[in-house]
Write a protein that binds this ligand. Structure first.
Ligand SMILES: [Zn+2]
Length: 61
């Protein structure tokens, strides 16, 4: 048993190497979520206030 084992704070699995503080699988999925978040953020920043109101109404339906 190696003592160089970490526990991923996200899924709790043992991992031999941490990537950005998480196991490889979580790091990959976090990165994908972050990319998606950035994409949504950029998209949101380009919307006019009218478009934003419409989006908010749609989201709260
Ligand atoms: Zn994990």
């Amino acid at each position: 048993m190696s003592d160089k084992q970490f526990n991923c704070p996200q899924c709790g699995d043992h991992t031999e190497a941490l990537h950005e503080g998480y196991c490889e699988a979580c790091c990959t999925s976090n990165q994908a979520a972050l990319d998606d978040h950035n994409f949504q953020h950029d998209r949101w920043a380009r919307l006019s206030s009218t478009d934003r109101d419409a989006e908010i109404k749609r989201a709260h339906r």
